[in-house]
Design a protein. Sequence first.
Length: 72
Amino acid sequence: MSVNLEEVNYAQSIKRWLSPDDLEEEYGFSKSTQSKMRMQNSNSTIPFSKIGGKYIRYDRFAIDKWLEGHRI
């Protein structure tokens, strides 16, 4: 099994956990849209974590996987 060092270096250089501001900047979802997508009870609910009952964070890898699953 060979390891692609370019992919490893890229994975280590990116920020994994994104704040709502980061998500808006990198993926284009406004904070208002993020809030609505977190409240949905369906398979279209955006994956997120809530820390300390206050801070919302998005896992970049979960977001990418979620977006791939919602292609049209």
